[in-house]
Design a protein around this ligand. Structure first.
Ligand SMILES: [Ca+2]
Ligand SMILES: [Ca+2]
Length: 309
């Protein structure tokens, strides 16, 4: 039997796991590198849900003092800011361009935080010392890591999280039956299926199989009501990549009490919302029962598979 204060402490510990990703109303920048060879580097690239697109500052030199500002549309209780610093188009591009080393984060009330970033191609999380109610988040470059080729500084994606569940049931942990090892362009870990990025993915690693029977398992940490799975099937980076790997066409969901639901997945690169009768559960296991073959790799990849109420 758990006692009151311990339960309260556990609930507090749980809160960040259920943080919800906010959908920005807009994003602006102090300067932008001009479009080149048909590729744009404007501020909208910061919140388009793709790591393969980036904002690049347009100052002379490294861009110290440049800023970007995310408009949340209304005051929100901001709990965490996540930055994908540098150009994530590929591991090679990331090393060649400047990456932010230190940023000043400021809020609508004028208060500020300083965030020191690591020099690594990983999502970098800044958890606020205490949640801040604000309708804007401004990120100003105060220091950079030098790239090997290009002097300009870029950020590929910014995500802002609140401390409320607000209908979103992001699981505390996702595990998989097998996972393709990381390479120079990034990881294929199961957590990629609920990061809100359509071009980051989990891929299975069974040498002989086509993905049939592989699974993703979600731990919610507490009873959570789920009735929707939002899926980006296959490699969501681009149509040419999407054609290469296997996609799922049917799956079974199994909940903590043993009950199941059968799901049909569209063999499409577009985001799809699959609804099912609501289950209140601490876990869900998504097992893929049939797949469609890609043209190049006989591996099943899933870019997004995220639960919500
Ligand atoms: Ca982007
Ligand atoms: Ca993803």
């Amino acid at each position: 039997m758990l006692h009151g204060p311990l339960v309260a402490a556990l609930l507090l510990l749980c809160t960040p796991s259920f943080a919800g990703r906010l959908t920005p109303a807009g994003v602006t920048a102090s300067s932008t590198y001009p479009e080149e060879n048909g590729i744009a580097y404007d501020a909208a690239r910061l919140t388009d849900g793709k790591l393969s697109t980036a904002w690049v500052e347009g100052e002379t030199g490294g861009g110290l003092g440049s800023w970007v500002e995310v408009d949340l549309g209304a005051p929100k209780k901001v709990h965490e800011i996540r930055l994908y610093a540098g150009m994530w188009y590929s591991g090679d591009y990331w090393a060649r361009g400047n990456r932010p080393k230190e940023v000043e984060i400021s809020y609508a009330d004028g208060t500020k935080d300083v965030f020191a970033l690591k020099n690594e191609m990983k999502a970098q999380r800044f958890v606020l010392p205490s949640p801040k109610t604000t309708n804007t988040v401004r990120i100003k470059l105060k220091g950079v890591y030098d790239g090997s080729t290009w002097l300009d500084t870029s950020i590929s994606e910014i995500q802002v999280f609140d401390a409320e569940t607000d209908g979103r049931s992001v699981a505390r942990a996702v595990t998989a039956s097998s996972t393709l090892p990381s390479d120079t362009d990034g990881s294929y870990e199961p957590a990629n299926v609920q990061d809100g990025l359509t071009d980051s993915m989990w891929c299975e690693a069974n040498r002989d199989g086509d993905g049939t029977g592989e699974w993703l398992s979600y731990e919610f940490g507490a009873p959570t009501s789920v009735s929707k799975l939002t899926v980006v099937n296959g490699i969501g980076t681009s149509m040419s990549f999407w054609m290469k790997a296997n996609r799922a066409t049917a799956a079974t969901l199994q909940f903590a009490d043993g009950s199941t639901e059968s799901l049909v997945l569209k063999n499409s690169m577009l985001s799809q919302a699959i609804t099912f009768p609501a289950h209140n559960t601490t876990s869900a296991k998504l097992s893929f029962t049939t797949v469609a073959k890609g043209k190049e790799f006989n591996d099943l990849c899933i870019s997004e598979a995220a639960f919500s109420e």
